[in-house]
Design a protein around this ligand. Structure first.
Ligand code: SAH
Length: 395
């Protein structure tokens, strides 16, 4: 097997079971491994450390599959990892009664680059790294065997694959093509999801608990929902007796589905106002008209996928949070999120604090919010905690 040898002293993070090996830590690669091929990882002194997937073009040069020298990377390995992921989720009582949730969450389930979301009878999978791509067929077989789901659809049509030297791809891997719209149930509410053309794998499953929280707090309130996608937060607010929801997104297709989602739940359409617009501009226009709201939700796309973009992203986050504080009435609630891997909770809270300062308002953090338990964070992989949120109250 090809061998990747580290520079002196660079084995520390691997001994702490962090799964990434950066290109800067690599001293030498022997055996000309191909993209995604398994390599042995050795310390500078020749000590065996791990078995990993090699990625020749990525800054993350290898991602570790196993720290066990006796473990072979192959069919049995992937079957076991998928089985573990499925079984640990069976223990989560809050997932029972749901028809959509994440079954495999990449590094946190010991499968770097592999995600799988269940939507009723369909599994939507992504292979995001060279290693995941290399073992794609074996992993699909493991899904079929372990989950019993007969319809598997691939949504590897995401930009991050470029970092691994991979192109985009989507399509049926097994069974039937998903219908144009598939109905799912979340927190007792029904939603249409477009698995083939929707964003990510169709739905932002990671916000489930936070939608529940919004529903609990919205009775009698006028909500501004920014970056609403298919309206899941707005539907949750209306189900919680919100007086009015104003929801903004730049995607016409997402808004069309959002309107249908209100109807699907028998909620009053006249309380739901939809606007196809750029949020930055729309919020400024609302401010110029001196409009106010009892609550604002900010759930923007990833402004900083990696740490390199953190500074530019920080300005964008600050901008919208500042506008949100201005649009809130005193006592109003701000639900503000960041799904950027490059922005930590501490940094995010600091950005929101700066926004409040520049808006000239006092505000408190009432709660910190996270992704749901079906998107777990392995303790050896803190980067897995990508979704952070705050509920702030303006004074
Ligand atoms: N809150 C949503 C998920 C939001 S995802 C939910 O719970 O389902 C981010 C959304 O922001 C996407 O729907 C995308 O279309 C939209 N978006 C991205 N940039 C935008 C912009 N500048 N103005 C308005 N919408 C934008």
């Amino acid at each position: 097997m090809p061998i990747l040898t580290l520079k002196p002293g660079r084995e520390k993070s691997i001994l702490q079971r962090h799964p990434w090996i950066f290109s800067g830590a690599v001293a030498d690669v022997k055996g000309e491994p191909e993209s995604g091929e398994t390599v042995e990882i050795l310390s500078a002194r020749g000590q065996w450390l791990a078995r990993a997937a090699y990625s020749p073009v990525s800054n993350i040069r290898a991602r570790i599959w196993s720290w066990d020298e006796d473990e072979t990377i192959g069919e049995e390995f992937f079957y076991k990892k998928v089985k573990d992921a499925v079984e640990t989720r069976r223990e989560l009582k809050d997932l029972s009664g749901l028809t959509a949730y994440r079954l495999v969450h990449a590094e946190s389930d010991g499968l770097p680059g592999v995600t799988a979301d269940r939507y009723a009878d369909f599994l939507v999978v992504q292979f995001l790294t060279a290693g995941a791509e290399h073992w794609r067929e074996t992993i699909v077989c493991a899904f079929l065997e372990v989950t019993g789901i007969r319809n598997i659809y691939e949504r590897s049509d995401v930009d991050v694959r470029q970092l691994e030297g991979l192109g985009v791809r989507s399509g049926v891997l097994f069974g039937d093509r998903p219908p144009e719209q598939l109905e799912i149930i979340e927190n007792g509410l029904r939603f249409w999801v477009d698995l083939c053309n929707g964003q990510k794998t169709g739905f932002y499953l990671d916000q489930r608990n936070n939608r529940k929280r919004v529903r609990e707090l919205m009775s009698g309130k006028r909500l501004l929902n920014c970056f609403c996608y298919t309206g899941a937060f707005s539907v949750s607010a209306l189900a919680g007796s919100a007086l009015k929801t104003t929801s903004i997104d730049s995607s016409r297709n997402a808004l069309a589905l959002a309107e249908k989602n209100v109807a699907l739940n028998g909620l009053p359409a006249e309380r739901a106002h939809w606007e196809e617009a750029d949020v930055f501009r729309a919020m400024r226009a609302l401010r110029d008209r001196a409009e106010t709201f009892d609550a604002v939700i900010l759930d923007p796309p990833k402004f900083a996928p990696t740490i390199a973009q953190a500074e530019k992203a920080a300005r964008a986050y600050k901008d919208i949070n500042l506008l949100a504080f201005k649009l809130l009435r005193p006592g109003g609630l701000l639900f503000t999120f960041s799904c950027s891997g490059g922005i930590s909770m501490e940094l995010f809270q600091k950005i929101v604090a700066d926004a409040a300062l520049d808006a000239g308002v006092n505000a408190c953090v009432l709660e910190r919010l996270f992704q749901g338990a079906d998107h777990p964070v392995a303790l050896n992989f803190p980067e897995g905690a990508y979704l952070k949120g705050l509920i702030c109250q303006k004074h």
